[in-house]
Design a protein around this ligand. Structure first.
Ligand SMILES: [Zn+2]
Length: 393
C-alpha cells in the first residue's frame, strides 16, 4: 500500500510536469481560434462536428447516458460493458511502470517522445489495457504538437469524456469507455469535419497494422458475433425505443420491409401501395439474449391480434409481422406463435402475425433503413407513440 502511495506521488509529479509543458506548448501553437482548453474556444458554435453528433459539449453531456444497467454495446458492435476493477487490475499487470503512470495515473508522456506520434502506417489503434479499438489511421493527422492526434474516434461509444480541472486548466480528459484507461485530452481546434483534436499518449495505445488489406486483431479487439431479428409491430418509433432498452440488444434501426418497392420513402409507404411494413431491425448479442426472448418481448410490445393496424394507426404498413433471418429463426418463430396461440387469451382474439423469411438486403422486399429523422425518434423528440399496455397478460 505504501509503495503504491509512493508511485502515485511520483506520478502526480510527472503529470504536473507534463501538464505544464503541455500548456506551454499549446499556448505557443496559437493559430486560428487558439482556444486550447475546453470553454475557451473563440466560437464553439461554428465547429463542424456533424460526424460526432453535435458539439463537444453535447458529446460530454451524452457521455455516461445509459438505458439500463445491463451489458452495453457500441454502434460498431463491440461489448463496451465497463470492466470490473478486478479485471482491470489483472490487465494492468502487463504494463511497464512508465505505462502505468500514464494509463492508470493519468500522466502525460513528454511531447515527441511517444512511439506512435509519427506512425503513418495503415491500421487501428487499440487500448493498451483492454484492446478496445479506439482510433483508426484514417482519422489521424499531423498536429505538430508531439502527440498522436486524431479528429475522431474509431467509434464514438468507445471513448468516454471527463471534465478535468487539474493544474488550473479546464480540459476534457478522454478515457477508454470499457476499462477507463487514461488516453489524453480532446480539444476543439482540430481539422474538418469534426473540428476536434483527440490528443493521445502513445503509451495508452497499441497499433495493429493492416497487412495486405487485412487486419489481424486480437480477440479482445474484435466485435461480437451478433444475430439480427426483424419485427413489424406498428409505428416503429415506439417499437424501436422499447427494444433499445432490452439488455443484450446492441442496435435497433427503424425501416421498411416486405414490400415490392426498392428504397421506399416514408411518404410512399404511407400513401401508396408499396406493401412495405414499418419494421425494426434488431442487432443482438445471442450470448446475452436469445431470439426466443426477443419474440416474447415483441408480443409484449405490441398486440399481435390486430389486423393491418396497431392502436390508432391504421394501414397495411402497421401489420404485425416477423421476418426471420434464417430457417432456424423461421422454425423458432413458428413454434413460438403456435405455443402462444394455444394460450386461453388468444382463443377468441386470434394471432394475425405473419411469419416469413426476410429477403436479402438490396432486394425490393428486404430491409430499407428509414429516413434519419425517424431514427431514435423518441430520444430526439421525446414524443409518444401509442402502444398497447405492455403487461397485457
Ligand atoms: Zn480499454
Amino acid at each position: 500500500m505504501r509503495a503504491l502511495g509512493m508511485i502515485l506521488l511520483f506520478v502526480v509529479a510527472v503529470a504536473v510536469a507534463g501538464g505544464v509543458f503541455y500548456a506551454a506548448k499549446a499556448g505557443a501553437m496559437g493559430g486560428p481560434g487558439a482556444g486550447y482548453g475546453y470553454g475557451n474556444a473563440s466560437n464553439p458554435d461554428t465547429n463542424e462536428t456533424s460526424d460526432n453528433n453535435g458539439t463537444l459539449k453535447s458529446m460530454i453531456s451524452n457521455a455516461g447516458e445509459k438505458k439500463h444497467d445491463g451489458p452495453r454495446y457500441s454502434k460498431s458492435g463491440y461489448d463496451t460493458t465497463p470492466l470490473p476493477e478486478k479485471k482491470i487490475n489483472e490487465l494492468a499487470e502487463k504494463l511497464t511502470p512508465a505505462e502505468r503512470d500514464i494509463v492508470l495515473a493519468k500522466g502525460t508522456e513528454r511531447a515527441f517522445c511517444g512511439t506512435l506520434t509519427d506512425n503513418h502506417k495503415d491500421g487501428v489503434y487499440i487500448c493498451r489495457l483492454c484492446g478496445l479499438p479506439l482510433f483508426s489511421s484514417d482519422n489521424k493527422f499531423n498536429s505538430g504538437t508531439g502527440w498522436p492526434s486524431f479528429f475522431k474516434p474509431f467509434d464514438k461509444d468507445h471513448v468516454a469524456y471527463h471534465k478535468d480541472s487539474a493544474y488550473g486548466m479546464d480540459r476534457i480528459e478522454i478515457l477508454c469507455t470499457r476499462c477507463t484507461a487514461h488516453l489524453g485530452h480532446v480539444f476543439e481546434d482540430g481539422p474538418a469535419p469534426t473540428g476536434l483534436r483527440y490528443c493521445v499518449n502513445s503509451a495508452s495505445l497499441e497499433f495493429v497494422e493492416k497487412k495486405d488489406g487485412k487486419l489481424d486483431l486480437p480477440a479482445a479487439s474484435q466485435p461480437l458475433k451478433t444475430d439480427t431479428a426483424y419485427f413489424g409491430g406498428g409505428c416503429f418509433w415506439g417499437v424501436e425505443d422499447l427494444f433499445q432498452q432490452v439488455p443484450g440488444v446492441i442496435d435497433v434501426v427503424s425501416g421498411y420491409m416486405g414490400g415490392h418497392k426498392a428504397n421506399p420513402t416514408y411518404k410512399e409507404v404511407c400513401y401508396t401501395d408499396t406493401e412495405h411494413a414499418e419494421v425494426v431491425k434488431i442487432v443482438f448479442d445471442p450470448a446475452r439474449v436469445t431470439y426466443k426472448d426477443l419474440l416474447a418481448k415483441f408480443f409484449k410490445f405490441h398486440d399481435p391480434t390486430q389486423l393491418d393496424k396497431q392502436g390508432p394507426d391504421h394501414g397495411r404498413q402497421y401489420r404485425s409481422a416477423i421476418f426471420a433471418s434464417d430457417e432456424k429463426q423461421l422454425a423458432e418463430a413458428k413454434s413460438f406463435v403456435a405455443e402462444q396461440s394455444a394460450k386461453p387469451k388468444f382463443k377468441t382474439r386470434k394471432i394475425v402475425t405473419t411469419i416469413e423469411i426476410a429477403k436479402k438486403s438490396g432486394d425490393a422486399g428486404g430491409f430499407w433503413e428509414a429516413e434519419e429523422y425517424h431514427q431514435d425518434y423518441h430520444a430526439k423528440h421525446g414524443g409518444h407513440c401509442a402502444l398497447p399496455s405492455a403487461d397485457d397478460e
